[in-house]
Design a protein around this ligand. Structure first.
Ligand code: AAO
Length: 512
């Protein structure tokens, strides 16, 4: 009996690392700042048919409305209450999105802002997205309700109540992060309010949570809140399914708090991944793709089954957060596609694909003065819809990286090779590399400044394959280049350093 209980407990804990995706789906896409109605449509028309597993959505709860600067994207990281209305839509639209996405097997993961409320600057009379009253000056959030008793200020000993030194664990977790009112998560009352918010989302049908600013919360407090969560809605998930938990902890090394303090609670964002991969693909600091042979834990990353990985996120694509100038984004499209392609082909970690909006950048001394600009919107501040062009790309300044053929096809590649080992590595000692995934897929990169013409063992069955980077298989033919694997499993790859995309990938579902 005791043994049985132990197994049940272990099972419960392990479950939180599982994305709960439908079988055969492996990647999440962050539809940053999208409206709920657009996400619902995207699940049905694009994400489900192309094998995406889930969507990370922007925070759905009520937040402060900032008018100076005008409606920045980051206002959504300043909660006012846990009511479900935001620039992305109403509660009814939110429920409709969750239902429609779940019905096609694409699950919704909520960006949960539970470390803090809004910045200390918002006084009475400041606007909020559902019109709830609040006063940041007196710490009165009556729509929750929270009062001045529910914040951490008494436990912070810095001169201005702010985090001043990331080397001091107590500051990082008890003081204010960039002026945001820091909730007292050790209080039973506060834990209860947060758990009620998350449980409401679970009952609507969401499948898990990104925990924003997890580094700024004590692991024990997070653990307590997570243990109060109910299992997922049985309309879509097997009874007893636990919500997927992934925590935003920035750990590039050299600080007092490490990501490993959080890996017993759920998965954790591996920020070293994008920072390092950007450095390699940009060929900075003498890095070469050949060094990627032992990519993953071999590079000092957290254990594979704990990591959420990504090339860029909504912060570091615009200079917030961590990673700096090495981070690749859609602005560097050619290198970016290679980086995302590498990520999706490589077995390490749980992969998240970024989907962004464009904004007018304005660099002064290497600093983008427009890093605050919110999503494409009308003059009244309402977000513009995501329109779809005839060539399947998006309009209205939505970038839709997840719809770029190379990226969409690599998301499919990852599904096709799921569970297969990393195999048949080859490199030229420089920036031409190749590897396979068992006998199901193979990818080749030429990030050198010269032509590549190599014959490599792929591990794949003989036949003619469509390269899914330069094109794809359509109606029994290849729209891009064709690659022939001979009877010994070898294929010749000719990739010019001047190709639009200097890489190629084949998998068994793209065989003619
Ligand atoms: C806005 C205004 C502020 C204003 C505030 C309140 O910009 O001026 O005071 O409102 O009125 C987002 C925006 C913020 C925005 C906030 C609220 O990014 O600009 O503030 O909404 O509207 C830290 C946290 C991490 C956080 C990241 C941005 O640890 O959790 O900062 N990310 C999340 C979200 C993010 C959001 C929030 C949290 C808040 O993803 O969108 O903020 O909800 C070091 C530390 C990191 C730290 C960075 C940046 O990183 O390690 O923990 O991240 O500094 O402060 C090297 C190091 C690396 C270091 C990095 C930068 O790379 O290796 O470790 O340098 O120094």
């Amino acid at each position: 009996m005791k043994l049985l209980l132990l197994f049940a407990f272990v099972g419960l804990c392990a479950a939180q690392y599982n994305s709960n995706f439908r079988a055969g789906r492996t990647s999440m896409v962050h539809l940053f700042e999208w409206r709920w109605s657009d996400i619902a449509a995207e699940c049905e028309r694009y994400l489900a048919p192309n094998g995406f597993g889930g969507v990370q959505i922007s925070p759905p709860n009520e937040n402060i409305v900032i008018s100076n600067p005008w409606r920045p994207w980051y206002e959504r990281y300043q909660p006012v209450s846990y009511k479900l209305c935001s620039r992305s839509g109403t509660e009814a639209q939110f429920r409709d999105m969750v239902t429609r996405c779940n019905n096609v097997g694409v699950y919704i993961y909520v960006d949960a802002i539970i470390n803090h409320m809004c910045g200390s600057g918002g006084g009475a009379g400041t606007h909020s997205t559902c019109g709830s009253y609040f006063n940041a000056g007196t710490k009165d959030f009556s729509a929750v309700p929270y009062s001045n008793l529910d914040f951490n200020d008494g436990k912070c000993y810095t001169s201005n109540g702010e985090i001043q030194n990331y080397g001091d664990v107590n500051q990082v977790r008890n003081c204010r992060l960039v002026g945001l009112l820091d909730l007292a998560l050790e209080k039973d009352y506060v834990r209860g309010k947060i758990a009620a918010y998350l449980n409401n989302l679970i009952s609507i049908g969401v499948a898990g949570f990104r925990l924003d600013a997890a580094k700024h919360m004590w692991p024990g407090d997070i653990y307590n809140i997570i243990s109060r969560l109910t299992s997922l809605n049985t309309k879509w998930f097997p009874s007893g399914t636990r919500p997927f938990i992934f925590q935003e902890v920035i750990d590039l090394g050299g600080e007092a708090i490490s990501a490993s303090e959080y890996t017993s609670i759920g998965r954790v964002t591996e920020f070293k991944y994008g920072a390092k991969l950007g450095t390699v693909i940009r060929r900075l600091n003498g890095e070469k793709m050949a060094y990627l042979k032992n990519w993953g834990e071999g590079w000092g990353f957290m254990p594979n089954d704990r990591a959420v990985v990504f090339v860029d996120n909504h912060d570091n694509q615009r200079g917030h957060g961590a990673g700096g100038a090495s981070i690749l984004t859609f602005w560097d499209a050619r290198l970016y596609k290679m980086a995302v392609g590498f990520m999706l082909a490589h077995p390490y970690g749980f992969t998240r694909i970024m989907s962004s909006f464009r904004w007018p950048r304005n660099f002064v001394n290497n600093q983008d003065q427009n890093d605050w600009i919110g999503p494409p919107s009308y003059s009244d501040g309402s977000t513009k819809p995501v329109t779809i062009n005839a060539d399947t790309t998006c309009g209205n300044d939505w970038v839709c990286e997840h719809r770029w053929r190379q990226i969409k096809n690599m998301a499919i590649f990852r599904n096709v090779v799921d569970g297969q080992p990393f195999s048949n590595w080859w490199d030229n000692g420089s920036n031409q590399v190749a590897f396979g995934r068992g006998n199901r897929g193979f990818i080749v990169f030429n990030n050198d400044d010269w032509y590549m013409d190599v014959t490599l063992y792929t591990g794949l069955p003989s036949g003619t394959y469509c390269d899914v980077i330069s094109g794809q298989k359509e109606g029994g033919r290849c729209t891009g280049r064709q690659i022939t694997v001979d009877g010994t499993g070898k294929a010749r790859f000719q990739i010019s350093n001047n190709d639009e995309d200097p890489f190629a990938a084949i998998h068994v579902d793209a065989k003619l």
